[in-house]
Design a protein around this ligand. Sequence first.
Ligand code: BGC
Length: 248
Amino acid sequence: MQIFGVDIGGSGIKGAPVDLDKGDLAQERHKVLTPHPATPDAVADGVRQVVGHFGWTGPVGVTFPGVVTDGATIRTAANVDDSWIDTDARALLGERLGGLPVTVVNDADAAGVAEMHFGAGRDRRGTVILLTFGTGIGSAVFVDGVLVPNTELGHLELDGHDAEKRASSKAREDHDMTWEHWAEHRVRKYLAHVEMLFSPELFIIGGGVSRKSHKFLPHIEGIKAEIVPAQLQNNAGIVGAAMRAAGR
Ligand code: BGC
């Protein structure tokens, strides 16, 4: 069975039909740049271009980098335009896609659902936390495989700051930190804080940096939980969005 997945990120809007049996993209993904300012109207147009590229006419799952309730309503917008807040994204995108059924889900929750089913979290019980390090920090918390949605652990306070401003991948780039410095002084401290609160069995590290885990994971010491990179890497959001749209 195939469903279309779209991942709305800080830099790109990416999508492809997803093979839900394999947990993989059924075709090579198509990407357009995220417009700036990332207003609902401009982003919806990007989503239309990505879905239209494939001539897709079935259900569509879409990730959003903020809190999403009931598969539809946007509640927060830390790294996209504030005018998203209280937007019915399901209605907006559905209309822009010519009436296709749309489900919207938080980006980290989507990535987590895909990793728990097809990737690094497969068959893992207990508390598992996926954290995505990108423009912000996203979180997905699972207890015995069941998602607690919209956890927003990227906005915990770390050293008196919003944690994602200190420890995201963007923070590393903006402040020219080496991988080692970022890992030891930012990510390790952040993981220690999350561990103090939740005592998970496993941390899965997702987002664009999961491809480069050899550069920073060896520098993270003193965390009791096992720490592994995400396996679906940058496609986890697309796959998870499609899974949510299929009701999984
Ligand atoms: C948002 C989260 C999102 C994360 C990653 C945070 O700023 O609040 O909802 O999952 O960024 O995009």
